[in-house]
Design a protein around this ligand. Structure first.
Ligand SMILES: Cc1cc2nc3c(=O)[nH]c(=O)nc-3n(C[C@H](O)[C@H](O)[C@H](O)COP(=O)(O)OP(=O)(O)OC[C@H]3O[C@@H](n4cnc5c(N)ncnc54)[C@H](O)[C@@H]3O)c2cc1C
Length: 458
């Protein structure tokens, strides 16, 4: 078997396997190196298992709150082994499907730890794979902070939190970003006492501040505690768990601590440095065509600075394969990548926040409109609260769409089309949105911004 390929991909997560699949579609020969499981973080330790837990949480909430809808059901308990079986079953099915896809595409899977040993070669346990092109896709790991030793029992990252055999009585979540609030939401649905500690002034601090405030209101209603603008200072172990001291001396005690303070790039010891790849704090630096400084060496996914999202990795993989095949694809607009937080409530955003738009276009050139879900029939049926907030350039396109509410993640498709097609409010206002759906709120917001509001109180 020849060990020479058109493309050698190092890492079989979202970014790496997408590169491999698109490259073979384009007639290129591909070796895909993976040391653990094909599918990477997203499939095995990220997107899919967390969303299964969140769905189980939604079922628990539906049982608990059933009387609000006139249904007599009772939440008798949360059987974590049963929840884990359901979650693992979803992952196993997707994993099998993905393995089938890779096999059918005739991609050469190479199992083992890869190392970049030349700009055109990856070594896997003494086997040298050479590629006309090499794509680095080694992904990310859960970071921690000094003084927070991950023991997997009392102090854990999302990795261990995903597989807990029981529901903890209480949890402190350090980090109010997307991973932190998703776990806070799940555990609250399962009945735990939850406190989120965030150093920045808001939950989901990367979002538009109105969105953060709405999530905070919803969490307060759900009985999820949070301490904002308070960096952590000290961790102590107690007889029953942990005690976290935060700025100002306040303490929070809980059975366990989830450290959700972000993810760092997996690049150390992989030969990138030695081969002269330009790095920045461990991340691989690329240009907008995802080229590193080495000829014919590209990088995709979480090792490239920017949003750490699976669909960004997929799209970067497709992009790089097409670039290698000479198709000259358009560069990916990072701001056009949709972002979703799957807690209850869910958050969707694409494009610029109001603050970012004002900074970029000038405060006087930006307009906003928020359509309250209180006016939406389906939102009332679901008993959810939230809004669709639009940010536009005056006399110009919509440059930011932000939505909060239960189940709004499914609206992200239209939001990203609006942004990426640079639609004007009037363009969207003339499209018919089905009634009664929460998606109608998207139409209503555009109708209002185009100057012809329908279900809006003056
Ligand atoms: C709890 C959690 C929830 C998330 N939820 C979402 C979500 O809902 N939506 C979303 O879009 N994103 C989500 N993400 C982020 C998403 O998982 C990542 O953005 C995505 O997995 C990045 O893909 P990647 O290919 O860059 O890296 P990874 O998926 O990390 O894959 C890298 C692969 O490379 C392999 N590898 C590393 N080094 C080597 C080596 N030396 N040799 C061989 N193989 C190697 C690893 O084993 C791994 O399989 C979530 C992440 C977490 C942790």
């Amino acid at each position: 078997m020849s060990d020479e390929f058109d493309v050698v991909v190092l890492g079989g997560g979202s970014g790496g396997y997408a590169t491999a699949l698109r490259a073979t579609q384009l007639g290129l020969s591909v070796a895909l190196v993976e040391k653990d499981k094909l599918g990477g973080t997203c499939l095995h330790r990220g997107c899919i298992p967390t969303k299964a837990l969140l769905h189980a949480g939604e079922v628990a909430d539906a049982a608990r709150d059933s009387e609000e809808f006139g249904i007599k059901a009772e939440l008798q308990g949360v059987d974590m082994p049963g929840v884990n079986k359901y979650k693992d079953g979803v992952v196993a099915k997707m994993y099998k499907g993905l393995q089938g896809l890779i096999k059918a595409a005739k991609i050469t899977m190479v199992e083992g730890e890869g190392r970049l040993v030349a700009p055109n070669a990856v070594d896997v346990a003494g086997r040298r794979l050479t590629g006309r092109h090499v794509v680095l896709a080694s992904g990310s790991y859960a970071k921690t902070l000094p003084g927070l030793e991950i023991d997997g029992q009392r102090v854990m990252t999302s990795e261990q939190a995903l597989n807990l055999p029981h529901v903890p009585s209480s949890v402190v979540v350090l980090g109010g970003g997307v991973i932190g609030v998703e776990f806070a939401s799940v555990w609250r649905s399962f009945g735990a006492e939850v406190t989120v500690v965030e150093a920045l002034p808001n939950l989901v601090p990367a979002e538009d501040v109105d969105v953060s405030k709405q999530v905070e209101r919803a969490f307060r209603r759900r009985g999820i505690g949070f301490k904002l603008g308070k960096p952590y200072e000290k961790l102590e172990h107690t007889d029953n768990g942990v005690r976290l001291t935060i700025a100002g001396g306040e303490t929070v005690e809980a059975e366990l601590l989830l450290v959700a303070v972000g993810r760092g790039p997996v690049t150390e010891g992989l030969g990138y440095d030695e081969q002269g790849v330009t790095m920045d704090r461990g991340f691989v630096v690329t240009d907008e065509r995802l080229r590193t400084n080495l000829p014919n060496v590209y990088a995709v996914g979480d090792i490239v600075p920017g949003l750490q999202l699976a669909h960004r990795g997929f799209m970067q993989g497709i992009f790089v394969a097409e670039e290698i095949a000479g198709l000259n694809p358009p560069a990916i607009d990072e701001a056009g990548i949709p972002r979703v937080t799957y807690s209850d409530p869910e958050v969707v955003s694409v494009g610029l926040t109001e603050a970012e738009a004002k900074e970029r276009h000038g405060a006087d050139n930006v307009g906003t409109y928020s359509y309250n879900l209180g006016g939406n029939g389906k939102s009332n049926i679901l008993k959810t609260q939230g809004f669709v907030k639009l940010v536009r350039v005056n006399d110009g396109p919509v440059v930011g769409v932000h939505v909060v509410g239960s189940r709004v993640s499914e609206q992200v498709g239209e939001a990203q089309l609006i942004y990426n097609w640079e639609a004007f409010p009037a363009d969207v206002a003339q499209l018919v949105h089905a009634h009664p759906t929460q998606n109608e709120a998207m139409g209503e917001a555009h109708l209002a911004l185009a100057g012809k509001p329908l279900h809006v109180h003056a």
